[in-house]
Ligand binder design. Structure first.
Ligand code: NAP
Ligand code: 3JN
Length: 339
């Protein structure tokens, strides 16, 4: 089997770390792995397949001989370095919002629109959606294909790991300090996150929505190739370390019962239905950690309208929400286009 030289850009971060783990777990055909981060990480080593690898400093010249670049160094760094990498023939799979809405860059969730990967040849860049969009669309695509969806109303409950490694430390430190009766000062977020919920993720826009909320609207329309689907989102940060949860209400085009939705989702790729309320079984963030599936439960008809369904959807945000989705795209890329 052909093997590939793979660079992980942002290798020391929350997403990069998970990418290294998933490449190893899924036995991705890696010939050489190159771990890249900022100057700050010079001298660090990370383990891949039991062997320590030095972390190198990202430069425009880092990509000679690299076939695939898995990027998660933040939007501004991707904007600067992804085109340089793509120019050397490396196919970039970028986890940031830098290229997601560019019309000639495919934006892909393998369970939703794998056929769009073919457009990677336009720029040698494929974009990975925002974590909250990914898990929502994994859950909704089978329903969309079966009966159509007119409108989505979603509220997210997002873990601090979505912000990065510093936020994980902040939640831990603040929780301990508050329980010890000490005063806490927020640093990563504008308010204390421990024992709190912040209805604020990413910057506010003039419309009153946040950028995170509008990512869910715009990315959904792009991946479903459906500019008219209605989507409205409220994105909330909660004091959970790993695992994003979402309360989703949809209005379908044709009537579908809760039982029919359950059956559809039980047979859909990437989904595990956990929906036995009588036994107190429903998807939970702490049970999704380290898992690849998107968990769906609390499936019920919205009794306030004719064609409405409510769902509770949970997934590990650093895996399916970021690193796993990127590696799954890379798997399709090598199987269908690079081998
Ligand atoms: P993180 O834990 O803070 O890690 C950031 C990574 O980027 C680190 O490896 C860091 O290296 C590297 N980096 C920062 N500045 C750099 C530079 N000038 N040159 C090279 N590398 C640099 O953040 P994260 O949670 O992994 O997220 C990183 C990015 O991934 C986010 O900004 C976002 O764009 C994207 N992301 C996407 C999703 C999604 O929904 N798909 C979810 C989370 C994150 P050092 O350790 O050397 O500083
Ligand atoms: O906050 C979360 O739960 C997910 C965060 C994603 C994120 C964080 C910083 C910058 C993104 C993203 O993937 O949309 C970005 C960005 O690239 O804009």
């Amino acid at each position: 089997m052909k093997k590939f030289n793979v660079a992980v850009v942002g290798a020391t971060g929350a997403v990069g770390n998970e990418m290294i783990k998933i490449l190893e777990e899924r036995d991705f055909p890696v010939d050489r792995i190159l771990l890249l981060a900022s100057e700050r990480s010079r001298g660090k080593e990370l383990i891949f397949r039991g062997v320590p690898h030095p972390v190198e400093t990202l430069t425009e010249g880092s990509f000679d001989g690299i076939d695939i670049g898995l990027f998660s160094p933040g939007g501004s760094i991707s904007k600067r370095f992804a085109p340089a990498a793509a120019g050397t023939g490396c196919v970039v799979i970028d986890n940031t919002s830098a290229f997601r809405m560019e019309p000639d860059v495919p934006l892909v969730v393998p369970e939703v629109n794998p056929e769009d990967i073919a457009q990677y040849t336009n720029r040698n860049i494929i974009a990975n959606p925002n974590c909250s969009t990914i898990q929502m669309l994994v859950a909704l695509k089978p329903i969309y294909d079966a009966v159509g969806i007119e409108r989505i109303v979603v509220s997210t409950y997002q873990a601090v790991s979505g912000t990065g490694k510093e936020a994980v430390v902040e939640l831990e430190d603040q929780s301990r300090a508050i329980l010890e009766g000490k005063e806490v000062k927020p640093a990563v977020y504008p308010h204390v996150i421990a024992f709190n919920c912040l209805p604020h993720i990413d910057d506010f826009l003039d419309s009153g929505y946040t950028k995170e909320e509008m990512k869910m609207v715009n990315e959904t329309r792009k991946m479903l190739h459906d500019p008219s689907i209605g989507v409205t989102a409220t994105a909330v940060r909660v004091p959970v370390f790993y695992g994003h949860s979402e309360s989703i209400n949809i209005e379908t085009k044709k009537k579908i019962t809760a039982g029919e939705v359950r059956k559809l989702l039980e047979n859909a790729p990437g989904i595990k239905v956990v929906d036995e309320p009588a036994k107190f079984e429903y998807p939970l963030a702490i049970e999704a950690v380290g898992k690849n599936e998107t968990f769906v439960g609390r499936i019920r008809e919205d009794e306030s309208i004719d064609r409405g369904i409510n769902l509770w959807v949970v997934s590990d945000n650093t895996r399916k929400g970021a690193a796993l989705n990127a590696v799954q795209i890379a798997e399709i890329l090598v199987e269908r286009y690079l081998s």
